[in-house]
Design a protein around this ligand. Structure first.
Ligand code: SF4
Ligand code: SF4
Length: 433
């Protein structure tokens, strides 16, 4: 009949109990009056309980039918998303050069050239080859700094739009830029070509940002990027702009003041989504920059997000979306068969932090759009379903084995049970009551 899900996390609080199911993403608070009854029911789902609670708990996945095999279902979701032939994800490294020289950039040993026109053409051929069976097409224009090749990007998008217009393809175009050159004129050109998703990175408050992100002639790049963002903000158009706020170890009081300033600037404007990330020394070669420990970084990133979303006037009902980790099909695209990061010369990579290093190139895009893969990469071979630790882990649905690169290089997990319990408590005390 019924059994308890393997993926419930139960956390007692002063005022009751929190239950979060990582498989369904459902989150529930039960107050002290009903707590014991619910806990007993979760120990024995065959016990007597009212019909409404039984139904709600089934729907939320806290209890499941006896014959439902959660792990088999998770594995199915994972494998089908890695091998999905209906979807194609392409990262176009429009320029492997940059106008900035951030000390921590994982592609700082840049190869230093813009994408050649024949490579854009080969990408179009690659899409054309599969066009009849494609349902989803995701294009991310990235670099280096992709706006250094702006004219060719726009030409590429025009040709792409023309090519797919008679097919029913769900297309998403994202541009990931440092924002320095993204003035209103350029922004509108991308928007006109169906690119309505932008990501810009700032490195903390102006003083820190300018010490890390500068050009040869401009030591106040924050000012220009900020002006660009605010000009764009005035547009009465729909788009999504993600601001990634990186932070090293810094003056926390100043950072909190900066978060407050950001929340006022973007108050109730949900076109702008902010997230905070510590700077990570992926290649273990950052000099002259203090970075936080992983533990402090995660703690701070959550604290800044909490502060931002509390003050930015975001609808309380949407808060769970921002805060509680969601069940996923895979951690990232690196292990997917139909995902290619295409270098400016057609060299193919699989993982974001390996781009630019020729030794990580795993294949080549030919002129006719065929992809020649030399050999499967470790991201493709990695599977949490081959690891006992992952198969027994309550976090598997929200992690799916995590980052293959981190696993190979550190063996560490991104999430821990303690961290998830902290998020549950923080979410409850800040937004859930
Ligand atoms: S990588 Fe770590 S957190 Fe993720 S499923 Fe495996 S053991 Fe759990
Ligand atoms: S494997 Fe890890 S580092 Fe590479 S793209 Fe995926 S999440 Fe990023």
């Amino acid at each position: 009949m019924y059994k308890v899900s393997k993926y419930n996390i139960i956390e007692n609080t002063e005022d009751g109990v929190l239950i979060y199911n990582t498989f369904s993403g459902c989150f529930l608070f039960v107050d002290n009056n009903k707590k014991n009854k619910i806990i007993d029911f979760l120990k024995n789902p065959e016990s007597d309980i009212d019909f409404e609670t039984l139904n709600n708990f089934l729907e939320a996945g806290f209890i499941i039918r006896e014959d439902f095999d959660e792990i088999a279902e998770l594995k199915k979701i994972y494998l089908s998303s890695k091998k999905n032939k209906d979807s194609l994800s392409i990262v176009v490294l429009a320029s492997e050069s940059c106008n900035f020289s951030c000390p921590y950039c994982f592609i700082k040993e840049k190869r230093g050239f813009n994408m050649k026109t024949f490579v854009y053409k080969s990408i179009l051929n690659l899409i054309k080859k599969d066009i009849k069976r494609l349902k989803n097409l995701k294009i991310q224009i990235f670099g280096g700094e992709p706006l250094l090749n702006h004219r060719n990007n726009i030409l590429f998008l025009k040709k792409l739009n023309n090519m797919i217009k008679k097919y029913n393809i769900n297309k998403e175009v994202v541009i990931i830029t440092n924002g320095y050159a993204l003035n209103l004129k350029l922004f509108k050109e991308y928007l006109n070509e169906g690119c309505n998703n932008f990501q810009i990175t700032l490195d903390g408050y102006p003083e820190i940002h300018n010490s890390l992100r500068y050009t040869e002639t401009d030591k106040d790049t924050f000012k220009r990027i900020w002006n660009n963002i605010n000009e764009i903000k005035k547009l009465d158009k729909n788009f999504k702009m993600t601001l990634r706020i990186n932070f090293p170890e810094l003056d926390k009081d100043k950072m909190i003041g900066f978060v407050d300033f950001l929340s006022k600037n973007f108050y109730k404007d949900e076109r702008f989504q902010l997230y905070f990330r510590q700077i990570v020394d992926y290649r273990k070669d950052i000099k002259n920059l203090n970075i936080c420990s992983k533990e402090d970084g995660i703690k701070n990133q959550f604290e800044y997000s909490l502060l931002y979303y509390k003050k930015a006037g975001i609808d309380k009902n949407k808060m769970a979306e921002y805060f509680m980790p969601k069940p996923i099909s895979k951690w990232c695209d690196a292990g997917s068969e139909n995902h290619y990061i295409i270098g400016a010369d057609g060299l193919i990579f699989k993982c974001d932090v390996e781009i630019g290093g020729e030794e990580f190139g795993c294949g080549k895009l030919k002129d006719n759009g065929e992809v020649e893969i030399y050999s499967k990469t470790y991201h493709q071979k990695y599977s949490p379903y081959n690891r006992k630790k992952c198969k027994n882990c309550v976090l598997l649905p929200i992690c799916q084995g995590g980052c293959a690169y981190s696993y190979k290089n550190t063996g560490k997990c991104f999430y821990t049970g303690d961290f998830i319990r902290k998020i549950m408590r923080d979410f409850h005390y800040n937004f859930n009551n």
